[in-house]
Design a protein around this ligand. Structure first.
Ligand code: CAA
Length: 268
C-alpha cells in the first residue's frame, strides 16, 4: 500500500499512504487489541489529534480510519465509564472530545471489520463514507448497560436509517450485519473480509485525486443538509458554488475539459 509510519501513539497507529498523481491518504488504525479497541478517553484524544493533524496537512486529501479484523471498536470503554460519576462526566465534559472529532473538514472513510458497537458505531457514523467487510456487526447496545448512545448515535443513526429502524436498534440493542445495514442505508458498500481496508483506501485515493477545495466545500454542503432547511441549504450550496469560481482548480478543470486533456489540480 506504500505506507509510512507517521507518529507513535499509545492506542492508535498513524501513517500516510502515498498516492502518486494525487494527494496522500492519512490512515488511522485503532490499536487496543486487548479491549477490542474500546474507546477510552485517551484513545479518543489520540484519534482527535491525528484527525486534526491530517486536516491541517495540505498534502493529505482524505482520511481512512480502521480497527482490526475482529473489531473496529466495541464501544466506549465500559470499565472506564463504570468508575465515572455524573458530576465528573458533566463538569469535566468528558465527551467534549467528540465535538472536535465532528468538526474535521476533510473527508473521512471508515474501513470496518468485526464489531462496530456503541461508541464504535458512533465513530463510524461520524465518517463520511463507510466501507464494511461482510463480517461487520453494527449496533447501539447501550440500553443493555442502562444507558443510551452518548456520542451522537440517537441523532446520526436516525438521520441515516429513519425513525422506525433507529428506534428498534436503540431500544432493543439489536446487532445488525453489514448486509442489513447496507440495505438500511447506513453503509456505502459491503466488500470482502480480505480486502476491506484496501477497498477503503482505494476509495480514499479516488477522493484524494480530486480538487481539494471543491471536495471540502462539497462535504460542508452535504453535512449542512442535516441541520438546516432546504431553503437555507440551497442558499449555502449556491454561495459555495460561487466561491469555487475563485479557485485555480475551477479554471484548470474547465480549461482541461475544453482543451480535451486531463486536469492538473493545484488544490488551490
Ligand atoms: N469496554 C471495555 N472493555 C471491553 C469492551 C468495552 N466496550 N468491549 C470489550 N471489552 C473487553 C472485554 O472486557 C474483554 O476484556 P478481558 O479479556 O479483560 O475480559 C475483551 O475486551 C474481549 O472482549 P470479550 O471477551 O467480551 O469478547 P467476545 O468476543 O466474547 O465478545 C463483544 C465481543 C460482543 C463485542 C463483547 O465484548 C461486548 O459485548 N462488548 C461490549 C459492547 C457494548 O456494550 N458497547 C457499548 C459500550 S457503551 C457506549 O459505547 C456508550 C456511547 O454511546 C459512547
Amino acid at each position: 500500500m506504500g505506507k509510512k509510519t507517521y507518529k507513535e501513539n499509545r492506542f492508535i497507529i498513524v501513517s500516510e499512504i502515498e498516492n502518486p498523481g494525487g494527494l496522500k491518504v492519512g490512515l488511522i488504525q485503532l490499536n487496543r487489541p486487548d479491549a477490542l479497541n474500546a474507546l477510552n478517553i485517551p484513545l479518543l484524544y489520540e484519534v482527535m489529534y491525528a484527525y486534526e493533524a491530517f486536516d491541517e496537512d495540505n498534502d493529505i486529501g482524505c482520511i481512512v480510519i480502521t480497527g482490526s479484523q475482529k473489531a473496529f471498536a466495541a464501544g466506549a470503554d465500559i470499565k472506564e465509564m463504570a468508575e465515572i460519576s455524573t458530576v465528573e462526566m458533566y463538569f469535566r465534559d468528558k465527551f467534549a472530545v467528540w465535538d472536535r472529532i465532528r468538526r474535521i473538514k476533510k473527508p473521512i472513510i471508515a474501513a470496518v471489520s468485526g464489531y462496530a458497537l456503541g461508541g464504535g458505531n458512533e465513530l463510524v457514523m461520524n465518517c463520511d463514507m463507510i466501507v464494511a467487510a461482510e463480517n461487520s456487526k453494527f449496533g447501539q447496545p447501550e440500553i443493555n448497560l442502562g444507558i443510551i448512545p452518548g456520542a451522537g448515535g440517537t441523532q446520526r443513526l436516525t438521520r441515516a436509517i429513519g425513525k422506525a429502524k433507529s428506534m428498534e436498534a436503540i431500544l432493543t440493542g439489536k446487532i445488525y450485519t453489514a448486509k442489513e445495514m447496507y440495505e438500511l442505508g447506513l453503509i456505502t458498500k459491503v466488500v470482502s473480509n480480505d480486502t476491506y481496508l484496501d477497498d477503503a483506501v482505494a476509495l480514499a485515493k479516488e477522493v484524494a485525486n480530486k480538487p481539494a477545495v471543491a471536495v471540502r466545500l462539497a462535504k460542508e454542503c452535504i453535512l449542512k443538509s442535516f441541520d438546516t432547511t432546504i431553503e437555507g441549504g440551497i442558499e449555502f450550496e449556491r454561495k459555495n458554488f460561487y466561491l469555487l469560481f475563485a479557485s485555480e482548480d475551477k479554471v484548470e478543470g474547465m480549461n482541461a475539459f475544453i482543451e480535451k486533456r486531463k486536469p492538473v489540480w493545484k488544490h488551490k
